[in-house]
Design a protein around this ligand. Structure first.
Ligand SMILES: [Zn+2]
Length: 257
């Protein structure tokens, strides 16, 4: 029974943090303060009361409308909070109370913030990337020791360089900016978190997930550029949660041979 209780706790924690990450992802690229002004209706500036700030539930109680001006609140907020809660809960169910869980939740937090800013502004903030890289380095050092940290730092370099080369190739093929510099830095963090082989595999996964969506969006709107960051993040989270061990993958290929 305790596992149900803890799962619910992690879901609540994830949805509260998700609601905060949404604010971070919206405000940081615009250079706004994260704490002031406090959360308000984007239409009438009505300052939200504590009971209007409960993730998911407030949206349901308010019937999806601002309590003052009755302007509709975007369904995106409760959906994002639900996804954040679910990701935290699933991470707990997979990793339990372990050191891996700390790294996994740190990484998921980074991806959630990046998804908001990349989707809304096509920007991946350096402040966010730097903050989380340092945090991940500290965690890896204390959990796995300096040798693993060195290997992961080298992985970050390899993954970043590979992504840089892919971007150069893309720029050449499409005769325009194929992806932002943020994606290169993001891949370096994927290398740091997953090690370089899995980081490179996540580029492949991201392309597989992203391509159908890219085609749909491009057919509808020729000007629209698809942000690649959220797809990279989603595929990296899938790899992280599936606990794929790169050695097993390599073993598998040697068996085929
Ligand atoms: Zn309002």
């Amino acid at each position: 029974m305790m596992i149900v209780y803890y799962s619910i706790c992690f879901f609540i924690l994830g949805s509260i943090l998700g609601s905060f990450y949404n604010v971070v992802g919206y405000r940081l690229p615009k250079g706004e303060s994260l704490l002031f002004p406090s959360s308000h209706c984007t239409n009438c500036n009505h300052k939200l009361m504590p009971w209007e700030l409960v993730p998911i539930f407030s949206f349901i109680f308010l019937g999806g409308k601002c309590s003052k001006c009755k302007q509709k609140i975007s369904l995106f907020y409760p959906l994002f909070e639900t996804v954040s809660g679910l990701l935290f809960m699933i991470s707990f169910l997979i990793f339990g109370f372990s050191y891996e869980l700390i790294i996994c939740l740190t990484f998921i937090s980074l991806i959630l913030i990046i998804t908001i800013s990349d989707y809304n502004y096509m920007i991946i903030c350096d402040e966010v990337l730097i903050f989380f890289s340092i945090l991940l380095c500290i965690e890896i050092f204390f959990i796995y020791g300096y040798k693993v940290l060195l290997y992961r730092l080298l992985s970050a370099l390899i993954a970043g360089v590979v992504m840089f080369l892919i971007k150069k190739l893309g720029d050449f093929l499409f005769k325009k900016e194929s992806m932002g510099g943020g994606d290169i830095k993001l891949l370096a963090i994927l290398g740091l978190t997953l090690g370089w082989p899995l980081a490179l595999i996540s580029i492949f996964f991201a392309s597989v997930i992203g391509l159908p969506l890219a085609l749909i969006i491009c057919l509808r709107n020729k000007e629209h550029i698809l942000p690649f960051g959220p797809f990279l993040g989603a595929s990296a989270i899938l790899i992280l949660l599936s606990k794929i061990d790169i050695n097993q993958v390599l073993d598998f290929f040697t068996i085929i041979k």
